[in-house]
Design a protein around this ligand. Structure first.
Ligand SMILES: Nc1ncnc2c1ncn2[C@@H]1O[C@H](COP(=O)(O)OP(=O)(O)OP(=O)(O)O)[C@@H](O)[C@H]1O
Length: 300
């Protein structure tokens, strides 16, 4: 008898969902689902309805049309787009972890270790770099052991190498914990190919699919106006280095450098291609778009 492949558990599903405020549709016709172990990324220009769609998925906004179904007792870990912290108030990373929940000391320590900032447990939040702060917020979210991890613009205030390191970390967390991940991004510089599904929004779903499929769709290219040298490059490489929490790069030969370049002598067996915008060029399975796309998107 044939054994059916086991279906991954569906955590959240939106079916033609829409949200209306005072007669205006903020977004409508949104359909996607997130299963356990999957990464779904919502992309789109400012005001395109990414946060509204995510809020519908989380049950924070009730859809005015369509259907949203959520697994009962779904545990969500949320990394907000902004978090206002009184910079004059002393607040350690450890304390930040317990502001809105009550994880045990071990859960706090594990989450800080997993996000690579165990050494910053006693540090003041106001002294953290952009990348360290994002990791602290991520640690706070994963300490809850979520079924679904939601990250709204997780790479804000983070430089290019830090951005790649953060995306890699999110992928590792998914691999280790098996949680589902919903990412929201309008800075399209890096959308990791580890993303299973990209949903491209502009008040409605313009296109949806794998990063490769979406990048090639006419709707996507119309929306983001990919111009001139702004060609897309899909990277599929083998892993030969690791991005450290502080943005530096640990190479296979044990050396650590501030950044990573194909010709820096640390990489062997170049079996990959580089795009026009490649400042790193190795080992990531990701879709890279030029920085200018964010501006193009706003112009669109
Ligand atoms: N509660 C609300 N009441 C009225 N309008 C709203 C409300 N929330 C959002 N909007 C509007 O809905 C549209 C979509 O907003 P949303 O925050 O979902 O977009 P976004 O894609 O996440 O944008 P950004 O990238 O700027 O964060 C915007 O025009 C916004 O001004």
């Amino acid at each position: 008898m044939l054994k059916r492949t086991e279906e991954k558990e569906r955590l959240v599903g939106l079916d033609n969902a829409g949200s209306n405020r005072q007669g205006r549709w903020l977004v409508r016709g949104v359909s996607f689902e997130i299963k356990r172990g999957e990464i779904v990324t919502l992309i789109g220009p400012n005001g395109s309805g990414k946060s509204t769609s995510a809020r519908m998925a989380l049950g924070l906004v009730r859809p005015d049309e369509g259907l949203v179904t959520t697994r009962s007792d779904l545990r969500v870990g949320y990394v907000p787009q902004k978090m206002s912290i009184d910079r004059t108030m002393p607040l350690t990373v450890e304390r930040l972890m317990t502001l809105t929940g009550s994880p045990s000391r071990k859960e706090v320590a594990d989450a800080l270790a997993e996000t690579g900032i165990a050494h910053l447990a006693k540090a003041e939040v106001q002294h953290l770099s952009g990348g360290e702060f994002q990791r602290a917020l991520l640690a706070r979210a994963i300490a809850r052991k979520p079924d679904l991890l939601v990250l709204d613009e997780p790479v804000q205030g983070v430089d290019y190498n830090g951005e790649i390191a953060l995306y890699e970390l999110i992928g590792e967390i998914r691999d280790r914990s098996g949680c589902g991940v919903l990412l929201i991004s309008h800075d399209l510089h890096v959308v990791m190919a580890a993303t299973d599904t990209v949903v491209c929004l502009n008040g409605h779903v313009c296109c949806t699919g794998t990063p490769e499929m979406v990048s090639q769709s006419a709707e996507y290219q119309r929306l983001f106006g990919v111009r001139g040298s702004g060609a897309l490059a899909i990277y599929t490489h083998h892993h030969d280095h690791t991005h450290l929490p502080d943005g530096r790069v640990l190479h296979q030969d044990g050396s650590v450098t501030d950044s990573c370049h194909p010709d820096d002598g640390h990489h062997h067996g170049h079996d990959h291609q580089h795009g026009a915008d490649c400042s790193c060029g190795h080992d990531h399975s990701r879709l890279v778009l030029p920085k200018t796309i964010s501006k193009d998107a706003n112009d669109a």
